[in-house]
Design a protein around this ligand. Sequence first.
Ligand code: PSU
Ligand code: MN
Length: 306
Amino acid sequence: MLNDYLEFLPQVAEAIDRGQPVLALESTIIAHGMPYPQNVETAREVESIARQNGVIPATLAILGGKLKVGLNDKEIDFLGSGEGISKASSRDLPFLVANKLNGAATVAASVRIAAMAGIKVMATGGIGGVHRGAEKTFDISADLPEIARSDVAVVCAGAKSILDIGLTLEYLETLGIPVAGYQTDHFPAFFTRNSGFEVPQRVDSVEELAGILKAKWAMNLKGGMIIANPIPKEHELPLKMAETATSQALQELEEQGIKGKAATPFLLSRIEALTKGESLRSNIKLVCNNVKLGALLAVELSRITS
Ligand code: PSU
Ligand code: MN
């Protein structure tokens, strides 16, 4: 289970040794998904929500070439500064490790690190997906194939409407990744509860989610699952505001010719500016909501599998 490249925070190592539930958290959201200081505040808040709900949090990142499983206060501050910290997808891991560099882990890199560490559940804000215009650009997030490969369940608020949600759902089907809507019939669109697309499966309880994961892995069906947890109603962004800001941001992306790994962080920060910070407030609330569900799921999964 352990390998030479992993470095565990002592608390996390103890929890894993004792068979206690651990919840993995990604870190691109800290370094590249939110501005300072809200990013660092949110990183701390979600760790405390995880603890309140019965799990030890393990924020994942690459620091000095080590795959960190759990970060201390100083390391969270450092990630929040964003200085000298690249956005690391799974393909960047060998480069960062060999050269002893720093990186914030995307969902793709995080599920790989979580799987190496033996952690079964991860929470994030939104996953990457198939970008609009992917038929020309081929821009499809590595999050999708990596979730198909790693035995880690990912709790998210769906995918942002900067993506082509219909194509993202098609691609998830191709990859054989189960997608469950938590207490909803609709695949959520990050800032809003309903993307206009149905979820393949609706699941209403944490017990059922855990049962599905147990069955999946017991049958040796490799890979994770997406648990789409809509943002609480009171924190939704007004639909019109979300749509206007998204289309404006997409237009600027095209005009400025921004591509590749810079695309998602650019769109996030433009949407934040265009909504005068409203999108950031929603973003923080939905992450907290996902961490709570992820914690409850990790507890239940550990109960029925140990
Ligand atoms: N979606 C968000 N916020 C984020 C991300 C996605 O709403 O911070 C980050 C996640 O870390 C995700 C990554 O794994 O962006 C996807 O990037 P790309 O589209 O370049 O694969
Ligand atoms: Mn991409």
